[in-house]
Design a protein. Structure first.
Length: 496
């Protein structure tokens, strides 16, 4: 055994947030969070006092209750007497001079008092002061820094320097929030008739998206559709001031012209004031019949790129100059297709052509009228079979419309379809891709084209399932050479 005494082991001092914790707690210690809340002094200021040695502190515990159960949590304790002494002598905020731009308004009052008087949250008032321009005022809310008295928990009054806001400005903002229909917002070119309905100074009505979606029978639009680029170009959008609730909300809402919405409904239904779709691929109006590019390509021996090139450079295609074409609304969603007049489209399909109308119609994305014809133009009447095309004199409705409607598949959205408007059925994603391809094209397609349009690899298997579901509405290739291609008659459901 060694005669040397064992070395004494030293215990390292306990630290908290980089500070050495005192071995003794203050006898009148209270949690730091309680001291900050009751005596209106920031925790950072308390830590500065601790670092300067002006405030005794230590680590302890306190009891808290949550969900009906009591439990103990660790906390920092500070001396109550030291906090009271600091609030009586310390006032660092008043030692800094006020900036001239933050001078308090003449009718300025503390945020807490205004919140209690007007029944609005303190956070809302502070957020209004942070906006560059408040919609209810047309300018920034008047506010600034000033001195006022506050009551401490022990009954003492303490001078405080903080935010003061104009009482008149807060009153105007609260009045606009509580009754916006009877408040004239400076930036709105009219007045609100009701929530979601705005009347412009020129008499036009504008509706919010919530009202448009709620009127499903009138407009047939789902939430989010008006934000699509194809619809935003067709409908006038007017941003307006309207009080809303939400974090960071700036009282701004988008409204849409009711007149443009009604025109959009007609366009989505394949109708305008001048004409409508006779059958898929054929547009009829007072000037005759017009054929889509897909219809011409499907019936004739021309390609899409040949039609596009002939329209752009004006070169003859199969001896025909393409000068009479325009855009018309597509039935349902999608871009407006280009249609060619029958005097130019019929020769490309191998049919006898009527005399062309006088003058030329330039290409334009708008719906331009066509010059009046010198003589009546014969009407093409499509029979029950899509490939039977005959010529008839004068305007006549398509034959067997009732039979064709019964054999049409109706798309209701969300992969829901019905046969002739009957009971709806939910199809698989691959079946939905094929049906949407025919809904967009509207003509027969061979296997390669259908695969390219729909993105489905096993077209024969998917179409076979559609035959079992919808029967005669689906046509498959016939014969050893699989002639005729695939054809599915699909249309969109009419808005309720």
């Amino acid at each position: 055994m060694s005669d040397t005494a064992p070395a004494t082991q030293t215990v390292p001092p306990q630290t908290y947030r980089g500070r050495v914790v005192p071995t003794e707690q203050p006898w009148d210690g209270i949690p730091m969070a309680v001291a900050a809340r009751h005596h209106h002094i920031a925790p950072d200021t308390l830590w500065k006092l601790i670092d300067a040695g002006d405030l005794r502190w230590g680590l302890g515990s306190r009891r808290r209750r949550r969900n009906g159960s009591w439990f103990t949590v660790n906390c920092v304790l500070v001396s109550r007497a030291g906090v009271v002494r600091a609030t009586q002598t310390l006032n660092t905020a008043r030692t800094r001079p006020l900036d001239a731009t933050t001078e308090a308004p003449a009718d300025g009052e503390p945020v807490s008092k205004l919140a209690g008087d007007f029944g609005v949250g303190e956070d809302s008032i502070r957020a209004w002061c942070g906006w560059d321009s408040h919609p209810a005022l047309g300018r920034k809310v008047t506010s600034g820094t000033g001195t006022f008295g506050i009551a401490v928990s022990d009954g003492r009054q303490r001078e405080w320097r903080g935010l003061l806001v104009s009482r008149a400005d807060v009153g105007a903002c609260v009045a606009a929030k509580n009754d916006p229909c009877h408040y004239q917002f400076p930036g709105n070119p009219g007045e609100w008739l009701a929530e979601g309905v705005f009347q412009h100074a020129d008499g036009r009505l504008f509706l919010t998206e919530a009202v448009v979606v709620a009127k499903k029978k009138t407009f047939g639009l789902a939430r989010g559709m008006l934000r699509l680029p194809v619809y935003r170009k067709a409908v006038e959008v007017l941003p307006l001031a309207w009080p809303k609730r939400g974090r960071g909300d700036r009282w701004s809402v988008l409204t849409y012209s009711r007149n443009d919405l009604l025109k959009l409904v007609e366009a989505r239904g394949g109708k305008t004031a001048d004409g409508s779709w006779l059958v898929p691929g054929i547009w009829a109006d007072a000037d005759g019949q017009w054929f889509t590019c897909e219809f011409v390509v499907g019936k004739g021996k021309v390609k899409h790129y040949e039609l596009s090139r002939a329209r752009q450079d004006g070169s003859p295609l199969r001896g025909v100059e393409l000068r009479h074409f325009k855009r018309v609304p597509r039935k349902g969603a999608g871009s407006s297709p280009i249609v060619h007049h029958q005097s130019e489209a019929m020769p490309l399909m191998g049919l006898r052509s009527p005399a062309p109308p006088p003058g030329a119609l330039p290409m334009s994305p708008a719906f331009h009228p066509v010059p009046a014809f010198d003589r009546p133009i014969p009407v093409i009447v499509v029979g029950p079979k899509a490939l039977e095309v005959t010529i008839a004199g004068g305007a006549a409705p398509p034959a067997s419309r009732k039979d064709r409607a019964a054999a049409e598949i109706v798309s209701h959205g969300g992969r829901c379809y019905s046969l002739g408007g009957g009971d709806q059925k939910v199809v698989s994603p691959s079946e939905d891709d094929v049906l949407q391809a025919f809904l967009e094209v509207g003509t027969a397609m061979d296997t390669a084209t259908l695969q390219d349009r729909s993105g489905v690899d096993n077209v024969a298997l998917v179409v076979g399932k559609l035959v079992k579901r919808f029967g005669d509405a689906v046509r498959t290739p016939k014969g050893k050479k699989n002639g005729g291609g695939y054809l599915v008659r699909v249309r969109r459901a009419e808005p309720e």
